[in-house]
Design a protein around this ligand. Structure first.
Ligand code: 3JN
Length: 337
């Protein structure tokens, strides 16, 4: 026991800030801490455990002496990830840059913890919408197998960063004041609206967010036979993504059996009491690290069908918490330093 690890957090936006909060809350054994970002944020200060840290501009030399580098997202890992690995750090990366690289494990600790063992320097953190879905799918998969998943998402604006949070707040005021609504972050007004576009569109007419969910789910579950289709929608919610998940299982499972299995699964809280009008809510998941599952019911339009409503805080379990859990797993497995 004992021992600390020198940590670099790369990126100081919504995800980077949440990472610091989660490292502090979970009492991660941080030795030295470096906060790295682009020149735009360099010089600003952030607090960790009541101590102020000055954000430094990331360079290839930034990673000397660092044991673990947590990349919050964006392009930074593409530019500096390899330099961090060469400097001896293990990289846990929140971006899309390495997720589908066959040499990079894509890990959700409740689902495929064993995959951290074959890392070659970089471990990828999945997309937020994928993470919460696979946490809910895994216990069902282990019990009865999964043939097909049809998911529709209701994604909070915080997934698009602090500017998006500000835009929803501003637009809400503009609409209620009868003023002209201005959109900068989103292609259309998000206040009092739903946008069936997250990220760019691909050649197959799916959005990139939808394709991330489809491809990442098979990789994490270690089964490329699972058929997945997705519709990703941005909704005017500040925090927490919600998902309507329809599953076709290989063998029959009743709603009661699914409820029992899910309520015993790691990282899941079942909230499913119709009489009490109890089901997972975005505003209740905010600030929490668990994945909330409810509205568990059979899909009686097919033989082996199940419907779930799955909610989690996208900045926490969808990003920062999952990253810190991977770091904790590396320590537990003796894979750091
Ligand atoms: O919009 C959301 O709710 C999720 C956004 C994810 C995201 C945003 C910008 C870049 C990602 C991601 O994690 O997939 C990336 C990225 O590809 O790194």
């Amino acid at each position: 026991m004992g021992g600390t690890f020198n940590v670099a957090v790369v990126g100081t936006g919504a995800v980077g800030q949440t990472m610091l909060k989660v490292l502090e809350e979970r009492n991660f054994p941080v030795g030295e801490l470096k906060l790295l970002a682009t020149s735009r944020s360099a010089g600003k200060k952030m607090t960790f455990k009541e101590k102020e840290y000055v954000i430094e501009e990331t360079t290839p030399e930034s990673f000397k002496g660092i044991d673990i580098a947590l990349f919050a997202g964006g392009q930074a890992s593409k530019i500096f990830g390899q330099a961090a690995v060469e400097a001896g750090a293990v990289v846990v990366d929140n971006s899309n840059n390495f997720r589908m690289d066959p040499n990079v494990p894509l890990v959700v600790p409740e689902v495929n913890p064993q995959d951290v063992r074959w890392h070659k320097g970089i471990i990828a953190n999945p997309n937020c919408s994928t993470i919460q879905m696979v946490v809910a799918l895994k216990p069902i998969y282990d019990a009865v197998g999964i043939r097909r998943v049809v998911v529709s998402t209701y994604q909070a604006v915080s997934g698009a960063g602090q500017d998006a949070i500000d835009e929803l707040a501003e637009q809400s005021k503009q609409v209620l004041a009868g003023e002209e609504v201005k959109s900068n972050v989103f292609p259309w007004q998000i206040a009092f609206n739903c946008l069936p576009q997250i990220d760019v569109f691909m050649d197959n007419d799916y959005s990139k967010e939808e394709m991330k969910m489809i491809n990442e789910t098979c990789k994490i579950m270690g089964d490329d036979q699972i058929k997945v289709t997705a519709t990703a929608v941005r909704v005017p919610v500040f925090h927490s993504h919600s998902e309507a998940v329809n599953i076709e299982t290989k063998e029959k499972i009743t709603a009661a059996e699914a409820r029992e299995i899910l309520s015993k699964a790691p990282g899941i809280v079942v909230v499913d009491d119709l009489e009490a009008k109890a089901y997972p809510l975005a505003i209740q998941a905010q600030g929490r690290d668990e994945v909330f599952v409810g509205r568990i019911r059979e899909d009686f339009s097919i033989n082996n069908g199940l419907n779930l409503w799955v909610v989690a805080d996208n900045l926490r379990k969808g990003a920062a918490t999952n990253t810190v859990q991977i770091a904790e797993l590396l320590i537990k497995e003796g894979l750091l330093k």
